[in-house]
Design a protein around this ligand. Structure first.
Ligand SMILES: Cc1ncc(COP(=O)(O)OP(=O)(O)O)c(N)n1
Ligand SMILES: Cc1nc(C(=O)O)sc1CCOP(=O)(O)O
Ligand SMILES: [Mg+2]
Length: 418
Protein backbone atom coordinates (compact mmCIF):
# COMPACT_ATOMS: atom_id res chain seq x y z
CA UNK A 1 0.00 0.00 0.00
CA UNK A 2 1.81 3.08 -1.30
CA UNK A 3 -0.25 6.11 -0.38
CA UNK A 4 1.92 8.95 -1.77
CA UNK A 5 3.91 9.83 -4.87
CA UNK A 6 6.99 10.36 -2.68
CA UNK A 7 6.85 6.79 -1.39
CA UNK A 8 6.42 5.34 -4.90
CA UNK A 9 9.45 7.35 -6.04
CA UNK A 10 11.64 6.16 -3.15
CA UNK A 11 10.63 2.57 -3.79
CA UNK A 12 11.35 2.96 -7.51
CA UNK A 13 14.83 4.38 -6.82
CA UNK A 14 15.63 1.71 -4.23
CA UNK A 15 14.61 -1.08 -6.59
CA UNK A 16 16.82 0.36 -9.31
CA UNK A 17 19.73 0.52 -6.92
CA UNK A 18 19.11 -2.91 -5.36
CA UNK A 19 17.35 -5.04 -8.01
CA UNK A 20 15.34 -8.01 -6.73
CA UNK A 21 14.98 -11.41 -8.29
CA UNK A 22 11.26 -11.03 -8.92
CA UNK A 23 9.06 -8.02 -8.31
CA UNK A 24 5.38 -8.64 -7.59
CA UNK A 25 3.37 -5.42 -7.60
CA UNK A 26 -0.10 -5.52 -6.11
CA UNK A 27 -1.29 -2.02 -7.03
CA UNK A 28 -3.37 -1.58 -3.89
CA UNK A 29 -5.83 1.23 -4.55
CA UNK A 30 -9.31 -0.07 -3.92
CA UNK A 31 -9.97 -2.90 -1.48
CA UNK A 32 -12.52 -5.66 -2.07
CA UNK A 33 -14.70 -3.88 0.47
CA UNK A 34 -14.61 -0.74 -1.70
CA UNK A 35 -12.31 1.38 0.49
CA UNK A 36 -10.05 3.71 -1.51
CA UNK A 37 -6.54 3.02 -0.23
CA UNK A 38 -4.48 5.16 -2.60
CA UNK A 39 -5.89 8.16 -4.40
CA UNK A 40 -5.94 8.91 -8.14
CA UNK A 41 -3.03 11.38 -7.76
CA UNK A 42 -0.48 8.55 -7.66
CA UNK A 43 -1.86 6.68 -10.67
CA UNK A 44 0.62 8.21 -13.09
CA UNK A 45 3.64 7.41 -10.89
CA UNK A 46 2.37 3.81 -10.60
CA UNK A 47 2.09 3.64 -14.38
CA UNK A 48 5.38 5.32 -15.17
CA UNK A 49 7.67 4.08 -12.42
CA UNK A 50 6.49 0.90 -10.78
CA UNK A 51 4.55 -1.06 -13.37
CA UNK A 52 7.34 -1.21 -15.99
CA UNK A 53 9.70 -2.76 -13.41
CA UNK A 54 7.27 -5.44 -12.30
CA UNK A 55 7.56 -9.12 -13.13
CA UNK A 56 3.86 -9.35 -12.43
CA UNK A 57 1.09 -6.98 -11.38
CA UNK A 58 -2.06 -8.23 -9.67
CA UNK A 59 -4.84 -5.59 -9.83
CA UNK A 60 -8.45 -6.36 -9.00
CA UNK A 61 -10.97 -5.14 -11.57
CA UNK A 62 -11.45 -1.74 -9.89
CA UNK A 63 -7.69 -1.19 -9.81
CA UNK A 64 -7.24 -2.40 -13.39
CA UNK A 65 -9.97 -0.01 -14.47
CA UNK A 66 -8.37 2.90 -12.56
CA UNK A 67 -4.94 2.18 -14.05
CA UNK A 68 -6.55 2.24 -17.51
CA UNK A 69 -8.18 5.63 -17.04
CA UNK A 70 -11.58 4.32 -15.96
CA UNK A 71 -12.04 1.66 -18.65
CA UNK A 72 -15.28 -0.21 -17.75
CA UNK A 73 -14.66 -3.85 -16.75
CA UNK A 74 -17.83 -5.89 -16.58
CA UNK A 75 -17.13 -9.14 -18.40
CA UNK A 76 -14.36 -11.70 -18.74
CA UNK A 77 -13.75 -10.36 -22.26
CA UNK A 78 -13.21 -6.88 -20.73
CA UNK A 79 -10.72 -8.40 -18.29
CA UNK A 80 -8.79 -9.98 -21.16
CA UNK A 81 -8.59 -6.62 -22.96
CA UNK A 82 -7.54 -4.94 -19.72
CA UNK A 83 -4.78 -7.52 -19.09
CA UNK A 84 -3.38 -6.86 -22.57
CA UNK A 85 -3.63 -3.07 -22.21
CA UNK A 86 -1.89 -3.21 -18.81
CA UNK A 87 0.82 -5.45 -20.25
CA UNK A 88 1.53 -2.76 -22.84
CA UNK A 89 2.47 -0.39 -19.98
CA UNK A 90 5.47 -2.61 -19.21
CA UNK A 91 5.02 -5.36 -16.60
CA UNK A 92 6.17 -8.76 -17.85
CA UNK A 93 3.00 -10.52 -16.65
CA UNK A 94 -0.46 -9.35 -15.63
CA UNK A 95 -3.04 -11.04 -13.42
CA UNK A 96 -6.41 -9.27 -13.45
CA UNK A 97 -8.40 -10.64 -10.52
CA UNK A 98 -12.10 -11.05 -11.19
CA UNK A 99 -13.28 -11.87 -7.67
CA UNK A 100 -15.48 -8.76 -7.74
CA UNK A 101 -16.89 -9.43 -11.21
CA UNK A 102 -20.70 -9.26 -11.01
CA UNK A 103 -22.85 -12.21 -12.15
CA UNK A 104 -20.10 -14.82 -12.10
CA UNK A 105 -20.47 -18.17 -10.37
CA UNK A 106 -16.72 -18.79 -10.35
CA UNK A 107 -13.86 -16.55 -9.25
CA UNK A 108 -12.22 -15.95 -12.63
CA UNK A 109 -8.78 -14.36 -12.99
CA UNK A 110 -7.07 -13.54 -16.27
CA UNK A 111 -3.34 -14.18 -16.55
CA UNK A 112 -1.48 -12.69 -19.52
CA UNK A 113 2.25 -13.26 -20.11
CA UNK A 114 2.57 -11.15 -23.24
CA UNK A 115 1.79 -14.13 -25.46
CA UNK A 116 -0.90 -16.34 -24.00
CA UNK A 117 -3.99 -15.41 -22.04
CA UNK A 118 -5.06 -17.97 -19.41
CA UNK A 119 -8.44 -18.00 -17.73
CA UNK A 120 -7.92 -19.28 -14.18
CA UNK A 121 -11.07 -20.39 -12.41
CA UNK A 122 -11.74 -21.33 -8.84
CA UNK A 123 -15.02 -21.77 -7.02
CA UNK A 124 -16.53 -18.66 -5.46
CA UNK A 125 -16.64 -19.21 -1.70
CA UNK A 126 -19.54 -17.53 0.07
CA UNK A 127 -18.08 -15.89 3.17
CA UNK A 128 -17.63 -12.52 4.86
CA UNK A 129 -14.05 -13.46 5.76
CA UNK A 130 -12.26 -12.05 2.73
CA UNK A 131 -10.10 -9.45 4.41
CA UNK A 132 -6.54 -9.71 3.07
CA UNK A 133 -7.15 -12.04 0.14
CA UNK A 134 -5.36 -9.76 -2.38
CA UNK A 135 -2.32 -9.26 -0.15
CA UNK A 136 -2.15 -12.99 0.52
CA UNK A 137 -2.35 -13.88 -3.16
CA UNK A 138 0.46 -11.47 -4.10
CA UNK A 139 2.64 -12.61 -1.19
CA UNK A 140 2.09 -16.25 -2.05
CA UNK A 141 3.09 -15.58 -5.68
CA UNK A 142 6.27 -13.88 -4.42
CA UNK A 143 7.04 -16.79 -2.10
CA UNK A 144 6.53 -19.35 -4.87
CA UNK A 145 8.80 -17.36 -7.22
CA UNK A 146 11.44 -17.24 -4.49
CA UNK A 147 11.23 -21.02 -4.28
CA UNK A 148 11.95 -21.21 -8.00
CA UNK A 149 8.52 -21.68 -9.58
CA UNK A 150 7.66 -20.43 -13.03
CA UNK A 151 5.27 -17.46 -13.08
CA UNK A 152 2.19 -19.38 -14.18
CA UNK A 153 2.84 -22.11 -11.67
CA UNK A 154 3.34 -19.54 -8.86
CA UNK A 155 0.04 -17.87 -9.76
CA UNK A 156 -1.82 -21.20 -9.83
CA UNK A 157 -0.41 -22.28 -6.45
CA UNK A 158 -1.31 -18.90 -4.93
CA UNK A 159 -4.84 -18.96 -6.32
CA UNK A 160 -5.37 -22.49 -5.08
CA UNK A 161 -4.02 -21.51 -1.65
CA UNK A 162 -6.35 -18.52 -1.32
CA UNK A 163 -9.33 -20.62 -2.42
CA UNK A 164 -8.48 -23.38 0.07
CA UNK A 165 -7.96 -20.96 2.95
CA UNK A 166 -11.21 -19.09 2.17
CA UNK A 167 -13.10 -22.37 2.29
CA UNK A 168 -11.34 -23.40 5.50
CA UNK A 169 -12.04 -20.11 7.30
CA UNK A 170 -15.44 -19.26 5.90
CA UNK A 171 -17.27 -19.71 9.20
CA UNK A 172 -14.85 -18.00 11.58
CA UNK A 173 -16.46 -15.24 13.64
CA UNK A 174 -14.05 -12.83 15.30
CA UNK A 175 -13.82 -9.07 15.61
CA UNK A 176 -16.19 -6.40 14.34
CA UNK A 177 -16.97 -4.93 10.96
CA UNK A 178 -18.36 -6.06 7.65
CA UNK A 179 -15.47 -8.37 6.81
CA UNK A 180 -13.52 -10.87 8.83
CA UNK A 181 -9.97 -12.18 8.34
CA UNK A 182 -9.09 -15.61 7.10
CA UNK A 183 -6.82 -18.14 8.72
CA UNK A 184 -3.48 -18.60 6.96
CA UNK A 185 -2.35 -21.42 9.22
CA UNK A 186 -4.60 -24.00 7.61
CA UNK A 187 -1.70 -26.19 6.49
CA UNK A 188 -0.12 -26.35 9.93
CA UNK A 189 -3.44 -26.97 11.62
CA UNK A 190 -4.42 -29.72 9.21
CA UNK A 191 -1.00 -31.37 9.17
CA UNK A 192 -0.87 -30.89 5.38
CA UNK A 193 2.85 -30.10 5.63
CA UNK A 194 3.43 -33.73 6.57
CA UNK A 195 2.08 -35.07 3.32
CA UNK A 196 4.22 -34.61 0.24
CA UNK A 197 1.24 -35.32 -2.02
CA UNK A 198 -0.69 -32.27 -0.91
CA UNK A 199 2.20 -30.02 -0.02
CA UNK A 200 5.24 -29.02 -1.97
CA UNK A 201 8.33 -31.11 -2.66
CA UNK A 202 10.45 -32.07 0.34
CA UNK A 203 14.18 -31.96 -0.66
CA UNK A 204 15.07 -34.56 1.99
CA UNK A 205 13.35 -37.09 -0.29
CA UNK A 206 16.50 -36.94 -2.44
CA UNK A 207 18.65 -38.56 0.27
CA UNK A 208 18.71 -42.06 -1.23
CA UNK A 209 17.22 -41.94 -4.69
CA UNK A 210 16.69 -45.36 -6.31
CA UNK A 211 16.58 -45.37 -10.13
CA UNK A 212 15.29 -48.65 -11.59
CA UNK A 213 16.64 -50.65 -14.51
CA UNK A 214 14.53 -53.47 -15.89
CA UNK A 215 17.47 -55.24 -17.58
CA UNK A 216 19.28 -55.52 -14.26
CA UNK A 217 16.20 -56.83 -12.48
CA UNK A 218 15.58 -59.36 -15.29
CA UNK A 219 19.18 -60.49 -15.01
CA UNK A 220 18.65 -61.21 -11.30
CA UNK A 221 15.25 -62.79 -12.00
CA UNK A 222 13.06 -60.48 -9.90
CA UNK A 223 9.93 -58.53 -10.81
CA UNK A 224 10.23 -54.74 -10.79
CA UNK A 225 7.73 -54.27 -7.97
CA UNK A 226 9.71 -56.65 -5.73
CA UNK A 227 12.91 -54.76 -6.47
CA UNK A 228 11.26 -51.45 -5.63
CA UNK A 229 9.74 -52.77 -2.44
CA UNK A 230 13.13 -54.11 -1.33
CA UNK A 231 14.78 -50.76 -2.07
CA UNK A 232 12.15 -48.92 -0.02
CA UNK A 233 12.44 -51.40 2.83
CA UNK A 234 16.19 -50.80 2.76
CA UNK A 235 15.76 -47.01 3.06
CA UNK A 236 15.24 -45.56 -0.43
CA UNK A 237 13.54 -42.18 -0.01
CA UNK A 238 12.34 -41.70 -3.59
CA UNK A 239 12.05 -44.01 -6.62
CA UNK A 240 12.40 -43.26 -10.31
CA UNK A 241 11.04 -45.68 -12.89
CA UNK A 242 13.58 -45.54 -15.73
CA UNK A 243 12.42 -47.72 -18.62
CA UNK A 244 14.43 -47.28 -21.77
CA UNK A 245 13.10 -50.24 -23.77
CA UNK A 246 9.48 -50.80 -22.74
CA UNK A 247 6.55 -50.17 -25.08
CA UNK A 248 4.20 -47.46 -23.85
CA UNK A 249 1.46 -49.82 -22.69
CA UNK A 250 3.88 -52.09 -20.86
CA UNK A 251 5.52 -49.04 -19.28
CA UNK A 252 2.15 -47.71 -18.12
CA UNK A 253 1.08 -51.01 -16.57
CA UNK A 254 4.36 -51.29 -14.73
CA UNK A 255 4.11 -47.67 -13.62
CA UNK A 256 0.62 -48.21 -12.18
CA UNK A 257 1.83 -51.18 -10.15
CA UNK A 258 4.82 -49.18 -8.90
CA UNK A 259 2.63 -46.20 -7.92
CA UNK A 260 0.60 -48.61 -5.79
CA UNK A 261 3.69 -49.93 -3.98
CA UNK A 262 5.32 -46.53 -3.46
CA UNK A 263 2.12 -44.88 -2.26
CA UNK A 264 1.56 -47.61 0.29
CA UNK A 265 4.97 -46.70 1.79
CA UNK A 266 4.53 -42.91 1.39
CA UNK A 267 7.57 -42.76 -0.91
CA UNK A 268 7.28 -40.57 -4.04
CA UNK A 269 7.49 -42.27 -7.44
CA UNK A 270 8.81 -40.35 -10.43
CA UNK A 271 8.72 -41.42 -14.08
CA UNK A 272 11.83 -40.93 -16.19
CA UNK A 273 11.37 -39.06 -19.51
CA UNK A 274 7.63 -39.72 -20.01
CA UNK A 275 5.26 -36.96 -18.88
CA UNK A 276 2.35 -38.79 -20.54
CA UNK A 277 2.97 -41.95 -18.52
CA UNK A 278 3.34 -39.89 -15.32
CA UNK A 279 -0.03 -38.27 -15.95
CA UNK A 280 -1.72 -41.53 -16.89
CA UNK A 281 -0.60 -43.38 -13.76
CA UNK A 282 -0.87 -40.35 -11.44
CA UNK A 283 2.78 -40.65 -10.43
CA UNK A 284 4.23 -38.01 -8.11
CA UNK A 285 6.23 -36.44 -10.92
CA UNK A 286 8.81 -36.82 -13.67
CA UNK A 287 12.53 -36.62 -14.25
CA UNK A 288 13.56 -35.02 -17.55
CA UNK A 289 16.95 -34.53 -19.17
CA UNK A 290 18.27 -31.88 -21.52
CA UNK A 291 16.98 -33.71 -24.59
CA UNK A 292 13.60 -34.65 -23.09
CA UNK A 293 10.50 -32.45 -22.84
CA UNK A 294 11.58 -29.07 -21.39
CA UNK A 295 10.81 -28.76 -17.68
CA UNK A 296 8.85 -25.55 -18.33
CA UNK A 297 6.40 -27.43 -20.54
CA UNK A 298 6.29 -30.43 -18.22
CA UNK A 299 5.31 -28.02 -15.44
CA UNK A 300 2.49 -26.60 -17.52
CA UNK A 301 1.20 -30.12 -18.24
CA UNK A 302 1.63 -31.53 -14.75
CA UNK A 303 0.53 -28.50 -12.70
CA UNK A 304 2.08 -27.01 -9.60
CA UNK A 305 1.78 -29.98 -7.26
CA UNK A 306 3.83 -32.61 -9.11
CA UNK A 307 7.57 -33.05 -8.65
CA UNK A 308 9.83 -32.21 -11.60
CA UNK A 309 13.53 -33.07 -11.68
CA UNK A 310 15.94 -31.95 -14.39
CA UNK A 311 19.36 -33.40 -15.34
CA UNK A 312 22.01 -30.66 -15.38
CA UNK A 313 25.68 -30.90 -16.23
CA UNK A 314 26.52 -27.18 -16.32
CA UNK A 315 25.85 -24.12 -14.14
CA UNK A 316 23.85 -22.59 -17.03
CA UNK A 317 21.55 -25.59 -17.17
CA UNK A 318 21.15 -25.39 -13.39
CA UNK A 319 20.09 -21.74 -13.61
CA UNK A 320 17.61 -22.58 -16.34
CA UNK A 321 16.10 -25.41 -14.27
CA UNK A 322 15.24 -22.89 -11.54
CA UNK A 323 13.66 -20.52 -14.06
CA UNK A 324 11.68 -23.37 -15.60
CA UNK A 325 10.06 -24.26 -12.29
CA UNK A 326 11.88 -27.53 -11.54
CA UNK A 327 11.88 -28.88 -7.99
CA UNK A 328 15.34 -30.44 -8.02
CA UNK A 329 18.41 -31.08 -10.16
CA UNK A 330 20.00 -34.46 -10.95
CA UNK A 331 23.69 -33.82 -11.57
CA UNK A 332 26.11 -36.29 -13.11
CA UNK A 333 27.97 -38.28 -14.06
CA UNK A 334 29.92 -37.70 -10.93
CA UNK A 335 31.93 -40.86 -11.68
CA UNK A 336 32.16 -43.03 -14.82
CA UNK A 337 29.17 -45.31 -15.29
CA UNK A 338 28.29 -48.30 -17.47
CA UNK A 339 24.56 -47.76 -16.99
CA UNK A 340 24.22 -44.77 -19.31
CA UNK A 341 26.15 -44.85 -22.58
CA UNK A 342 28.54 -42.03 -23.49
CA UNK A 343 27.86 -40.14 -20.31
CA UNK A 344 30.43 -37.39 -19.60
CA UNK A 345 32.12 -37.52 -16.19
CA UNK A 346 32.04 -34.25 -14.21
CA UNK A 347 33.83 -35.31 -11.04
CA UNK A 348 33.18 -33.75 -7.65
CA UNK A 349 34.28 -30.31 -8.93
CA UNK A 350 31.69 -30.37 -11.73
CA UNK A 351 29.06 -31.43 -9.19
CA UNK A 352 29.98 -28.54 -6.88
CA UNK A 353 29.85 -26.02 -9.74
CA UNK A 354 26.30 -27.11 -10.60
CA UNK A 355 25.21 -27.01 -6.93
CA UNK A 356 26.61 -23.51 -6.44
CA UNK A 357 24.82 -22.20 -9.53
CA UNK A 358 21.34 -22.92 -8.18
CA UNK A 359 19.23 -22.70 -5.08
CA UNK A 360 17.46 -25.88 -6.09
CA UNK A 361 18.23 -29.07 -4.17
CA UNK A 362 20.60 -31.39 -6.04
CA UNK A 363 20.97 -35.16 -6.17
CA UNK A 364 24.27 -36.57 -7.46
CA UNK A 365 24.23 -39.44 -9.97
CA UNK A 366 26.60 -41.59 -11.99
CA UNK A 367 28.87 -44.38 -10.79
CA UNK A 368 27.92 -43.86 -7.15
CA UNK A 369 28.21 -46.88 -4.87
CA UNK A 370 29.04 -47.89 -1.31
CA UNK A 371 32.74 -47.07 -1.77
CA UNK A 372 32.34 -43.46 -2.93
CA UNK A 373 28.91 -42.27 -1.69
CA UNK A 374 30.45 -40.96 1.55
CA UNK A 375 32.90 -38.73 -0.36
CA UNK A 376 30.07 -37.33 -2.46
CA UNK A 377 28.01 -36.39 0.60
CA UNK A 378 31.07 -35.00 2.38
CA UNK A 379 31.58 -32.34 -0.30
CA UNK A 380 29.43 -30.38 2.15
CA UNK A 381 27.61 -28.16 -0.34
CA UNK A 382 24.39 -27.19 1.40
CA UNK A 383 21.99 -27.92 -1.47
CA UNK A 384 23.46 -31.36 -2.25
CA UNK A 385 20.75 -33.49 -0.67
CA UNK A 386 21.60 -37.04 -1.66
CA UNK A 387 22.72 -39.61 -4.22
CA UNK A 388 20.85 -41.36 -7.03
CA UNK A 389 21.90 -44.90 -7.77
CA UNK A 390 21.08 -47.57 -10.33
CA UNK A 391 23.55 -50.46 -10.53
CA UNK A 392 24.80 -50.30 -6.94
CA UNK A 393 21.26 -51.24 -5.85
CA UNK A 394 19.69 -53.15 -8.72
CA UNK A 395 22.65 -54.94 -10.32
CA UNK A 396 23.21 -56.83 -7.09
CA UNK A 397 21.89 -60.06 -5.63
CA UNK A 398 20.16 -58.45 -2.64
CA UNK A 399 18.56 -55.07 -3.27
CA UNK A 400 17.48 -54.90 0.37
CA UNK A 401 20.98 -55.47 1.78
CA UNK A 402 22.65 -53.06 -0.67
CA UNK A 403 20.14 -50.29 0.00
CA UNK A 404 20.45 -50.74 3.77
CA UNK A 405 24.23 -50.57 3.55
CA UNK A 406 24.20 -47.47 1.35
CA UNK A 407 21.66 -45.81 3.62
CA UNK A 408 23.89 -46.38 6.64
CA UNK A 409 26.90 -44.94 4.77
CA UNK A 410 24.93 -41.84 3.79
CA UNK A 411 23.66 -41.34 7.34
CA UNK A 412 27.22 -41.54 8.64
CA UNK A 413 28.49 -39.07 6.01
CA UNK A 414 25.60 -36.67 6.68
CA UNK A 415 26.41 -36.68 10.40
CA UNK A 416 30.08 -35.79 9.59
CA UNK A 417 28.97 -32.82 7.49
CA UNK A 418 26.73 -31.45 10.26
C1 LIG B 1 18.09 -38.32 -10.78
C2 LIG B 1 18.46 -38.39 -12.23
N1 LIG B 1 19.44 -37.62 -12.69
C3 LIG B 1 19.79 -37.69 -13.97
C4 LIG B 1 19.14 -38.54 -14.85
C5 LIG B 1 19.49 -38.60 -16.31
O1 LIG B 1 18.44 -38.11 -17.11
P1 LIG B 1 18.69 -37.94 -18.70
O2 LIG B 1 19.85 -37.08 -18.88
O3 LIG B 1 17.42 -37.55 -19.34
O4 LIG B 1 19.07 -39.41 -19.16
P2 LIG B 1 18.17 -40.72 -19.09
O5 LIG B 1 18.13 -41.19 -17.68
O6 LIG B 1 16.80 -40.39 -19.58
O7 LIG B 1 18.87 -41.69 -19.96
C6 LIG B 1 18.14 -39.34 -14.33
N2 LIG B 1 17.46 -40.21 -15.08
N3 LIG B 1 17.81 -39.25 -13.02
C1 LIG C 1 20.63 -42.41 -15.46
C2 LIG C 1 21.90 -41.71 -15.31
N1 LIG C 1 22.02 -40.38 -15.50
C3 LIG C 1 23.27 -39.95 -15.35
C4 LIG C 1 23.70 -38.56 -15.52
O1 LIG C 1 24.90 -38.28 -15.42
O2 LIG C 1 22.83 -37.71 -15.71
S1 LIG C 1 24.33 -41.17 -14.93
C5 LIG C 1 23.09 -42.29 -14.97
C6 LIG C 1 23.28 -43.73 -14.69
C7 LIG C 1 23.62 -43.97 -13.24
O3 LIG C 1 23.71 -45.32 -13.06
P1 LIG C 1 24.72 -45.97 -12.04
O4 LIG C 1 24.27 -45.59 -10.67
O5 LIG C 1 24.56 -47.44 -12.28
O6 LIG C 1 26.07 -45.46 -12.37
MG1 LIG D 1 15.84 -38.57 -19.96
Amino acid sequence: MLPSIGIVKILHESLREFPVRALVVDPVMVSTSGDVLAGPSILSSFREELLPMADIITPNIKEASALLGGMPLETVADMRSAAKALHAIGPRNVLVKGGDLPDSLDAIDIFFDGKDCHELRSSRIKTRNTHGTGCTLASCIAAELAKGSSMLSAVKVAKHYVETVLEYSKDIFIGNGRQGPFDHLLRLKNGIHNSHRQGTFNPSNLFLYAVTDSQMNKKWGRPMVDAIEAAIEGGATIVQLREKDAETREFLEMAKACVGICRSYGVPLLINDRVDVALACDADGVHVGQSDMPARIARTLLGPEKIIGVSCKTPEQAQQAWIDGADYIGCGGVYPTNTKANNPTLGLDGLKAVCLASKLPVVAIGGINASNAGSVMETGVSNLKGVAVVSALFDRESVLAETRNLHAILMEAASQVK
